[in-house]
Design a protein around this ligand. Structure first.
Ligand SMILES: CSCCC(=O)/C(O)=C/O
Ligand SMILES: [Fe+2]
Ligand code: NI
Length: 225
C-alpha cells in the first residue's frame, strides 16, 4: 500500500489523533512532490541488507545512518523530545526518515500554509526538503522505530517558526514556483513541448517541478542533487 496523506482539521484535540477533515481531503504523492517531499516504499524486514536501500543511499549520498526508537521506555527525555518534535520548525538540511517499525505522522505546510498530515508506517522512507516548515508526532500507538539518514555529518538543529529570514527558507520558497518549461509541459503533451522540456528545463530549472530525468521510472521519487 502506498503512503496516505490528508489535509488536517484545525482542532486542538490530541496531536496523536488523525485530524482528518470531514469529508476527508486526501493529498497525493504528486502533490507532495510539488512541495519537495519525496517517498519510497521499501522492505523494512531486510533493512540491514536491502540492496534497494543501499542504492538510494549511494545515489543520494546518505552516508550517515542511525536508528531512533521513540517509545516512553526507550527514549531518554521522551516527553520533552516529543514536545520539541511537534513544534513547527525547519532544518538547514533535508530530513530523511525511514520507518522500520511502528507508525508516526509527519506534518508539512503546503504552499498556502495549510497543514498536510503524512501517515508513515513500516517500510516508508520520506525526505523533507531543507527549509520546509514541518513537525512530527507519534500516533495513538505511541511507538515507532526509525532510521535517520543524512548527507555527511548530521546536524539535528531545528529552527522553530518564524524562521523566514533564513537563506534556506527563501531558497525553499523559490523552489516552489514552477519554471516556464514545466508550466508549458503540464499544459501540453505535444512532441515539441516534451522535447523542449527534456532539453532545457531539467538543466536550468531550480524548482521541485522538474527534478526527474526521463530515464527514471514514472513512479520513482528519486531526484538528482
Ligand atoms: C522519526 S525521527 C524524530 C523526528 C525528527 O527527528 C524531526 O526532526 C522531526 O521534524
Ligand atoms: Fe521546472
Ligand atoms: Ni524536523
Amino acid at each position: 500500500m502506498s503512503l496516505e496523506a490528508w489535509y488536517m482539521d484545525s482542532s486542538d484535540e490530541d496531536q496523536r489523533k488523525p485530524h482528518k477533515l470531514n469529508p476527508n481531503q486526501p493529498v497525493t504523492l504528486d502533490e507532495l512532490k510539488t512541495l519537495g517531499v519525496y517517498y519510497w516504499k521499501l522492505n523494512a524486514d531486510i533493512y540491514e541488507t536491502d540492496p534497494d536501500l543501499e542504492q538510494i543511499r549511494k545515489e543520494q549520498g546518505y552516508s550517515y545512518m542511525d536508528i531512533i526508537t521513540i517509545h516512553k521506555d526507550k527514549l531518554p527525555n521522551y516527553e520533552e523530545k516529543l514536545k520539541m518534535f511537534f513544534e513547527e520548525h525547519l532544518h538547514l538540511d533535508d530530513e530523511i526518515r525511514y520507518i522500520l517499525d511502528g507508525r508516526a505522522y509527519f506534518d508539512v505546510r503546503d504552499k498556502e500554509d495549510r497543514w498536510i498530515r503524512i501517515s508513515m508506517s513500516k517500510g516508508d522512507l520520506i525526505t523533507l526538503p531543507a527549509g520546509i516548515y514541518h513537525r512530527f508526532t507519534l500516533d495513538e500507538t505511541n511507538y515507532t522505530k526509525a532510521m535517520r539518514l543524512f548527507v555527511g555529518e548530521p546536524v539535528w538543529k531545528a529552527y522553530n517558526r518564524p524562521a523566514d529570514d533564513f537563506d534556506i527558507r527563501q531558497k525553499y520558497l523559490v523552489s516552489l514556483s514552477a519554471c516556464f518549461f514545466c508550466v508549458l509541459r503540464d499544459d501540453s503533451s505535444s512532441y515539441i513541448v516534451v522535447r523542449l522540456k527534456r532539453t532545457l528545463s531539467w538543466r536550468y530549472c531550480v524548482g521541485s517541478c522538474c527534478t526527474r530525468p526521463s530515464s527514471w521510472p514514472r513512479d520513482s521519487f528519486s531526484r538528482p542533487r
